[in-house]
Write a protein that binds this ligand. Sequence first.
Ligand SMILES: Nc1ncnc2c1ncn2[C@@H]1O[C@H](COP(=O)(O)OP(=O)(O)OP(=O)(O)O)[C@@H](O)[C@H]1O
Length: 217
Amino acid sequence: MDFLEIDSVEISFKNKPILNGIYLKAEQGTVTGILGNNGCGKSTLLRIIFGELQPSFKSLRINGKRFSKPFLTSNEVKYLPQFHFIPKSMTVQNAFYHSNIDINNFYTLFPELINLKNQKFKLLSGGEKRIIETFLILKSNAKFILLDEPFSHIAPVYINRIINLIHKEKQHKAIIVTDHMHKYIIDITDTLYLLKDGWSKEIKNLSDLELYRYLNF
Ligand SMILES: Nc1ncnc2c1ncn2[C@@H]1O[C@H](COP(=O)(O)OP(=O)(O)OP(=O)(O)O)[C@@H](O)[C@H]1O
């Protein structure tokens, strides 16, 4: 089973420390969730793992071996950022073609969206864009999948289908996911971390989310 670990992350923006006490492990066959308040550094951490952001220091290991290259390859990691990454003038069909993913698999899961096939990406609703981008990332061949707010703007009926897809895809992938819809995150994750004041803490007992003032039960 492949696994990724990151620790000793040090990053500041304008002399304000953002992350300084992180440990996170994501294993193939599992979903790793990250919760935390706005601005605590969840996206920053995912961007560092992806290699898009270089901190002053980090230790990233795959299967226990230090990974020193600046970027993981696209076979190793795929990242769903908070912003839309599909070019605005690309059609839905072409987005699937360029990602090398069979669009029919998408329509099997989301038959209601079949009419979007020839539509340009910029003309889709925020939720439609999110569903398509999340699907493309989840169905990629990468070993490690990073999802930054996959559920934002998405109706509950579609969220449930994405959750089913996450359960299916995690069989041969390690999935790291963060979202403010904490109930879904708590439900789908095998390992849960809370980010707060620059550090991460693995949450084994949900009452700790209240103790660390993330939730009021
Ligand atoms: N490029 C940047 N330059 C300066 N400050 C930044 C930059 N990127 C992020 N920050 C700051 O770092 C902090 C962490 O940002 P980040 O986007 O990682 O938070 P987050 O936990 O993902 O928040 P949210 O849940 O609101 O999306 C914030 O205070 C943000 O303003």
